[in-house]
Every structure is written in structure tokens, then in C-alpha cells.
Design a protein around this ligand. Structure first.
Ligand code: C2E
Ligand code: CA
Ligand code: CA
Length: 561
């Protein structure tokens, strides 16, 4: 039993004694005195015991709700003793002893109560101190937590006078992979080691905190030389990179660091922390393992880019993209035989955003397989629906580099064709030479696999890449799309010969040519003379939403009927 438990018991016994003796004192003259003197029979004895016992039980019961009730018998007994003493001028020896006993018990009770309070206060103080410690500590690494950092940073900024305060954010590279590969125990050990190495490289009045996950922060107050912050950051990065053995695994912790420095007390902690965060973002972008200082000149650009990235991710989740379709016409009869699907971002504030403004970013964020997959499915669904109006209507869809290198691409295309019911022979997948050239051998393999599904492949922007001719033999391509720059240069005599040469090459390799970017009737008729079968361009139609294309097909059907 604990010490406080034992004390409680003693206190309860004393409470009972106090109540019992005061009740005896009250019942003394009427019931007890004769019994004690032997002047009463067994009947009186039982009556006395019953009265005192019942009263004691009643008091104890009431005292449970209102603890002060236990003092009522004491008070009544003292008053009664006083009254009797005043009336008779003396107390019988029995009564005197009882009164003294009550007084003694009450004293003991008071003493115990005071001791208990002291213990309680001590316990509470200890508990509070522990809570305070926990509130400011990271239990895993024993470092401070975000709260401690914020507190210390606020103090440091307030006391900075004319000195500088540096905040260095560290982010471990590849921590998630370590966790996934080796498990959480190794991950935790890695964090603890990182914490030790961070602490080992700073002065005692610097603060090291873990902000959460694999993010740490170091606060350097009262700096007189800002170079010290860079030195400390680089020293920590070097130290972190030393190999470390956890169980069987030999790991090295690579990290990136972002440094923000402010002079005086003008900035808020949150502002400094944000600058350090931006610097960290920059450091990570420049390749891992480096420390970067916050640079106000780059601030706006980085900030804007980051906002856009977040915006793009959100847009993908919110389904803000739509597919527009540009007609591909048969040059002889100038009627639409198919479309090229072109993605648009229907931004709530910016309106319709063209792909050139977001595709590179989506690609660098690894979002293009998802976005491209959506475009493919949406366009195939739409093209399958247009088959009712115009059987054999074709669809061209662009593929990005990351889509081509995605091992799941062939299965994905097969799945989309099955789900949408679009005949594979009506789907043309376009890719530029630069996309195909990332890994020529692999591209040839993937394109070959795609072709076994029955789809066709077009080489986009043909002629703008390097050494185009050599690849035409290697890649299983069916269509070449002649780049708009050659088409638009056709008025000039030299330009005309380039388009002509490209058409000649297409014929040599037995590829179907499609001229892009036809903007006027002159270009169209020249292409007709050169026997180019199909073309696409503003002269015929601009890219348009699906609804408008449905109307166009309806008009076309009525005209030819
Ligand atoms: P692209 O594949 O070469 O597509 C043709 C681009 O030329 C389209 O630009 C189209 O609007 C534009 N264009 C069509 N006719 C004319 C014309 O007569 N004159 C001129 N000056 N331009 C014309 P858009 O829609 O802005 O797309 C730009 C590029 O973005 C596309 O070039 C393609 O590479 C890429 N893209 C578009 N949608 C997707 C997509 O869903 N996935 C992938 N991976 N890339 C896409
Ligand atoms: Ca294209
Ligand atoms: Ca093109």
C-alpha cells in the first residue's frame, strides 16, 4: 500500500474516534454515566450502545457528502460540557476525561489533516513540474519540441538588441524510405542519433528542437557574425552524414538545411521560421545535402512557384481540368475525321489555363501520369460516344515522358479501351521525339507493346528534334505530325522545301503525315498540292469543348446527307 493510502486509513480511524468520543460525551449524563458507575442494568447498556452507534453511523453517512458534519458532535459536546460546567461549577471525573480525550483526538485529527495537505501539495507540485516538462519535450529524442522552440525564439528575438538571431531548419532526406525499409525501431534510432549529433554541434545556450517527423530546428541567439550560422549548419550536415549502424543496417543520414537570420527584434518568430522554411525548400530543390540561406530576391519566385504547385495539386483533386478537342480534317474534302485531345485547366480565378502554363510543373511534381491518365479516359469515353454520330471517328491523345516510362502504361491503356469501348484502331497516341529519346530502346519496347493492343503511334512535332531520320527506323511509328513551324514557313521558298522534305520522308518510311498549325487557305492548298492527306489548325477549327464538337459533327452530318 502506498504511503498516502496508509495515511488515509489512519486519518479515517481518528475521524471515527473523534465522532465516537464526542457522541459519548453528549450521551454521558443521560445514558452512559449510570452504565459506567454500574448503576444501570443490561437494558440501559444496550440502549446506550445503540444510541451512540446509530448516531455515529448517521454522522459518518452525512459526513460523506459534507465533511464538516463530522465536527458537529465535537462542537455540540464542547458546548454541552461548557453548559454543564457553568451550571454545576465542576465536571465529574468521567466527563473530564472524556472531554480531554475529545480535545486530544481533535488535535491529532488536525495534525494529520495538515500533514495530508502538505503531501497533497507536494504531489501536485511534482505532477505539475512533470506536465510542464512533457509539454516542452519531444519524448522520442529528449530534445525540445515546437513549443519550446517557439518560447526560446520569442525570448531570443525580444532580447536581441543589436545582435542577430539565426534559425536553421533541418530536414532528413529519405527518412521515409528508411522507415519503410527497416521499420520504425530503426527509424526512431535514426532520429535519436540525429538529435544527438545536432546537440553535439551547438553551444549550451542554443536551442535544438524536433518540430515533428524528420524536421529539426536549431536556434542560435545573440550572434555577432552571421557566418557562424552557415558554419554551424554545414558542420551539422557533415556530422549527420557520418555512417551509423543500427542493428544490421549501416545508414547515413543525409539532410538539407534552410537558414534564416534576422537582426534586432523586428521580426516575429513565425516570419523567421517561414523564411527558414523557404530556404530549406530551396536547398532541397538544389539537390540534397546542402544548406541554403534565405534569399529575399528569390523569395517571391519560390513563394509563387510553391503556391502554384499547391494550387495544381488541389486542382487535380478538385477535378478542375477539362479536355478540349481540335478537329483533324481530311484535306481533300475538308471534313473532320478525328480530333486531338488537348487538356485545359479551368481555374476558378485565372479562367481557362493553356497546357503550356502547367504541364511542365505537373511533370516535375510527378502528377502527369495521373492527369494524363484522366485525359486519356475522358477523351476515349467521349470519342466512343461520337462513334454513334460518325463511325470510325479517330482520337489522338498526347503522352508525356513520365507516362511513357510508367511500367503500368500498357495495362492502363488496355483498361481504358475496355472500359470505354473505344475500338483500339481509332486511338492514336502522340509523343514527341524528345519524349521517345529519353530511352530509345525502352521507348521502342513500350511502343511495340502498345501497338499489340491495336492502337497507333504518332511522332509529334516532327522535324524539330535531333536526327529525326535515324529514329524513324527504330521506333514503331505509324503517323508523323509535321510541326507547325514548317507549315507556317511554307510561304517562303526555303520553308516550303522543308515541309516538302518532311512529307517526302514520311512517304519513304510509309508513315501517314498530318500537318499541324494550318492557319490560312494558302497553306491548306499548298499542302493539298504536296499530297498531305490530313491537317489540323486554326484555319479549320480551334480546340473546343466536347459539346461544341458534337454540334460540329451534327452540322457536318446534315451537310453531307
Ligand atoms: P501539341 O501536341 O503540338 O498540340 C498542338 C498545339 O498547337 C495545341 O496547343 C493547339 O492549340 C495548337 N494549335 C493548333 N492549331 C494551331 C494553329 O493553327 N496555330 C497555332 N499557332 N497553334 C495551333 P495547346 O492546346 O496549347 O497544347 C500545347 C501542348 O501541350 C501540346 O502541343 C502538347 O504537347 C501539350 N498537351 C496538351 N494537352 C496534353 C495532354 O493531355 N497531355 C500531354 N502530355 N500533353 C498535352
Ligand atoms: Ca500533339
Ligand atoms: Ca504538335
Amino acid at each position: 500500500m502506498s504511503r498516502t493510502g496508509a495515511m488515509d486509513r489512519v486519518r479515517r480511524c481518528v475521524d471515527h474516534a473523534m465522532i465516537l468520543t464526542s457522541l459519548l460525551l453528549l450521551a454521558w449524563p443521560a445514558l452512559v454515566e449510570d452504565v459506567v458507575r454500574g448503576a444501570a442494568g443490561a437494558g440501559r447498556l444496550i440502549a446506550a450502545a445503540a444510541v451512540v452507534g446509530t448516531a455515529a453511523a448517521a454522522v459518518l453517512l452525512l459526513a460523506r457528502r459534507r465533511p464538516l458534519v463530522q465536527y458537529v458532535p465535537v462542537a455540540a459536546a464542547v458546548v454541552l460540557a461548557g453548559v454543564r460546567f457553568g451550571r454545576d461549577g465542576q465536571l465529574s471525573p468521567g466527563l473530564t476525561w472524556l472531554t480531554l480525550t475529545v480535545a486530544a483526538v481533535v488535535l491529532v485529527r488536525q495534525f494529520l489533516g495538515a500533514r495530508a495537505n502538505e503531501g497533497l501539495v507536494r504531489d501536485l507540485t511534482r505532477q505539475r513540474a512533470q506536465l510542464v516538462r512533457q509539454a516542452f519535450r519531444d519524448p522520442l529524442t529528449e530534445l525540445g519540441n515546437r513549443k519550446l522552440f517557439m518560447d526560446h525564439a520569442r525570448d531570443a528575438l525580444a532580447d536581441a538588441d543589436d545582435t542577430m538571431t539565426a534559425v536553421i531548419l533541418f530536414d532528413l532526406d529519405g527518412f521515409k524510405e528508411v522507415n519503410d525499409t527497416y521499420g520504425h525501431t530503426v527509424g526512431d534510432e535514426l532520429l535519436r542519433t540525429a538529435a544527438d549529433r545536432l546537440t553535439a554541434n551547438v553551444r549550451t545556450n542554443d536551442t535544438v528542437s524536433r518540430l515533428g517527423g524528420d524536421e529539426f530546428v536549431v536556434l542560435l541567439p545573440r550572434l555577432v557574425d552571421d557566418q557562424i550560422a552557415d558554419t554551424v549548419a554545414n558542420r551539422i550536415l557533415r556530422d549527420l552524414a557520418q555512417p551509423l549502424t543500427v542493428g544490421e543496417a549501416v545508414l547515413s543520414i543525409r539532410a538539407s538545411a534552410g537558414i534564416a537570420i534576422t537582426r534586432g527584434s523586428d521580426m516575429l518568430v513565425d516570419e523567421v521560421l517561414r523564411e527558414a522554411d523557404l530556404a530549406l525548400y530551396q536547398a532541397k530543390g538544389e539537390g540534397k545535402g546542402v544548406a541554403r540561406r534565405f534569399d529575399p530576391a528569390q523569395f517571391a519566385a519560390v513563394e509563387a512557384r510553391r503556391r502554384e504547385e499547391a494550387d495544381l495539386r488541389r486542382a487535380l483533386d478538385d477535378g478542375e481540368f477539362e479536355v478540349h478537342y481540335q478537329p483533324i480534317v481530311d484535306l481533300a474534302g475538308e471534313h473532320t475525321v478525328g480530333v486531338e485531345a488537348l487538356v485545359r485547366w479551368n481555374h476558378p480565378e485565372r479562367g481557362l489555363v493553356p497546357p503550356i502554363a502547367f504541364l511542365d510543373m505537373a511533370e516535375s511534381l510527378g502528377l502527369l501520369p495521373r492527369l494524363g491518365g484522366w485525359v486519356l479516359e475522358e477523351a476515349c469515353r467521349q470519342a466512343a460516344a461520337w462513334q454513334e454520330q460518325q463511325p470510325g471517328f479517330e482520337l489522338n491523345v498526347n503522352l508525356s515522358a513520365s507516362q511513357l516510362s510508367n511500367p503500368a502504361l500498357v495495362d492502363e491503356v488496355r483498361g481504358v479501351l475496355e472500359r470505354t469501348g473505344l475500338p483500339p484502331s481509332l486511338l492514336v497516341l502522340e509523343l514527341t521525339e524528345s519524349v521517345a529519346l529519353v530511352d530509345l530502346v525502352e521507348s521502342a519496347r513500350v511502343l511495340g507493346a502498345l501497338k499489340t493492343l491495336g492502337v497507333r503511334i504518332a511522332l509529334d512535332d516532327f522535324g524539330t528534334g535531333f536526327s529525326s531520320l535515324s529514329h524513324l527506323g527504330t521506333l514503331p511509328v505509324d503517323v508523323v505530325k509535321i510541326d507547325k513551324s514548317f507549315v507556317q514557313a511554307m510561304q517562303e521558298t526555303t520553308g516550303a522545301s522543308v515541309a516538302e522534305a518532311v512529307l517526302q520522308i514520311a512517304r519513304t518510311f510509309n508513315l501517314a503525315p498530318v500537318a499541324e498549325g494550318v492557319e490560312d487557305a494558302g497553306q491548306a492548298s499548298r499542302l493539298r498540292e504536296l499530297e498531305c492527306a490530313q491537317a489540323q489548325g486554326y484555319h479549320f477549327a480551334r480546340p473546343m469543348p466536347a459539346g461544341q464538337l458534337t454540334e460540329l459533327l451534327t452540322r457536318q452530318a446534315t451537310l453531307s446527307a
